[in-house]
Design a protein around this ligand. Structure first.
Ligand SMILES: Cc1cc2nc3c(=O)[nH]c(=O)nc-3n(C[C@H](O)[C@H](O)[C@H](O)COP(=O)(O)O)c2cc1C
Length: 183
């Protein structure tokens, strides 16, 4: 399975990094300029530190990168975290960076697009654009961890959320609500 992870200038890098770490796939990374800034601000890390998890990283400015074209196959594109700005650009059909262009490719080629939106509160404009994307086939997956599993640590809370993304990608996870009731 070939998955591209996009990371933009929104809070929540702990989620994106956990997904990069756990996802068993051929992975590629593209990070926006403000993604790099926010990564450093939140974690002290640079894009260089994430290189071990991916086959290759591409510059957000590189619109000649292979995934800029629909002719290069991939199975899914997950943007985590996704800023409201990037989400609205994608919904408007803008593909002027590699981050946004890959999303346009995913939509036109009918490939899986998961948008890990992180913004609060959401304006009417954000909600309208999210609706448009959802109607176009994208999965809007706001960074909103659950608590019914009673996480004891931040890591457990993060893992629950990234497990949900793994299940959206088709991986089996141990996620289940009251599994004993299925017996
Ligand atoms: C430290 C920091 C945190 C930010 N957090 C968010 C956020 O959680 N959600 C959001 O939509 N924008 C956030 N922003 C604003 C975006 O980074 C800004 O709109 C930027 O243009 C997004 O560009 P990009 O989507 O190309 O990365 C944040 C900016 C900074 C500097």
């Amino acid at each position: 399975m070939r998955v591209i992870i996009g990371m933009t200038g929104a809070s929540g890098f702990i989620f994106g990094i956990d997904l990069l770490r756990r996802l068993q796939a051929e992975k590629y990374l593209v990070m926006s300029k403000w993604g790099r800034y926010t990564l450093k601000e939140e974690t002290g890390l640079t894009e260089h530190h994430l290189a071990e998890y991916v086959k290759r990283s591409f510059s957000d400015e590189d619109l000649a990168a292979p995934f800029s074209s629909g002719s290069t196959p991939f199975d899914a594109y997950v943007i985590l975290p996704c800023s409201s700005s990037t989400m609205c650009k994608i919904a408007s059909g803008i593909g002027d960076t590699l981050t946004t262009r890959i999303a346009q490719v995913a939509l036109k080629e009918r490939r899986k697009l998961i948008i890990g939106l992180r913004e609060a509160p959401l304006s009417t404009i954000h909600l309208e654009q999210a609706t448009k994307l959802s109607q176009a086939g994208a999965i809007i997956m706001p960074i909103a961890p659950a608590f019914y599993h009673r996480p004891q640590t931040i890591d457990e809370m993060v893992e629950q959320f990234t497990s949900k993304i793994l299940s959206l990608l088709g991986f089996e996870t141990t996620l289940a609500w009251k599994p004993e009731a299925l017996e």
